[in-house]
Design a protein around this ligand. Structure first.
Ligand code: C5P
Length: 241
């Protein structure tokens, strides 16, 4: 599994996105980008097609969580956008995750993906902003975070998914239970000295590498840097090279 850094493009307009991407012009390999709810809701589905057409790899982070029938149909539509990676919440249950995979495999009716490779499908285990005490006191889950994440990852594996979103701190437990080919995509990453903000389970890119994450998702440490390109290259050096 080639390690890579995914930049969380949490912007509220297309203009902000393309101004930001200007920092990466001329790079030999275009960065892997994450389009989340903010940008998707602001710019619409075409933003994914546009980024793909421009040669970027795209993780479409919409975290679907609904009844299986609704998720299956939504995934069918999303399959037509050409993203490289999509996700759902594991809390939606194994049945919902299996439905998502069916939807993704059948592709959109407008643009059948005949012969095309489907996007990777991963499941969010527990948000990296959720702390151990919130897990217990608000979500009423008594087990320790690492155990919950590893159990949710098992459900995702049984549903046929390719991997999970978790904190780098939980990547070893996930790989131990599901093997090294089961992908761990890990947000909650900060360059040394940067503020954690609302994230609660945080590591540096170097630590994420040591813990065995396959992809790190980095937002504010890159998007909020004075020089985003050099912050990105530092993440790549620490994590992927
Ligand atoms: O700015 P920051 O590096 O905290 O951004 C992390 C990104 O990863 C955000 O876009 C957030 O939505 C996403 N994410 C997360 N935790 C998860 C799943 C996704 O932080 N479990």
């Amino acid at each position: 599994m080639g390690k890579d850094v995914i930049i969380a493009c949490d912007f509220s307009s297309e203009k902000e996105l393309f101004d930001f991407l200007g920092h990466f012009e001329g790079m030999e390999r275009k960065p892997f980008l994450k389009v989340g709810m903010e940008l998707f809701y602001a710019a619409g589905p075409q933003i994914v097609r546009q980024l793909k057409k421009s040669g970027y790899r795209v993780f479409l982070d919409l975290k679907l969580h609904d009844i299986p029938n609704t998720v299956e149909k939504a995934m069918r539509v999303l399959a037509g956008l050409g993203a490289d990676m999509c996700n759902v919440h594991a809390a939606g249950t194994e049945k919902m995750m299996a439905a998502a995979l069916r939807g993704l495999n059948s592709g959109s009716e407008d643009e059948p993906k005949r012969g095309a490779k489907r996007p990777l499908l991963i499941a969010v285990t527990q948000l990296t902003s959720t702390s151990g005490s919130q897990l217990k006191e608000e979500l009423l889950i008594e087990r320790p975070m690492e155990e919950v994440v590893a159990a949710y990852a098992e459900h995702a594996g049984r549903a046929g998914l390719d991997g999970v979103v978790c904190s780098p701190l939980e990547a070893p437990a996930v790989h131990q239970r599901l093997g090294k080919d089961f992908i761990t995509v890990t947000p909650g990453v900060r360059l040394e000295g940067d503020a954690a903000g609302d994230q609660s389970r945080v590591t540096t890119p170097a630590m994420a590498r040591q813990l065995g994450s396959d992809y790190i998702v980095v937002g504010r440490s890159i998007t909020g840097a004075a020089d985003p390109a050099s912050a990105y290259l530092q993440c790549m050096r620490e994590f992927a090279e």
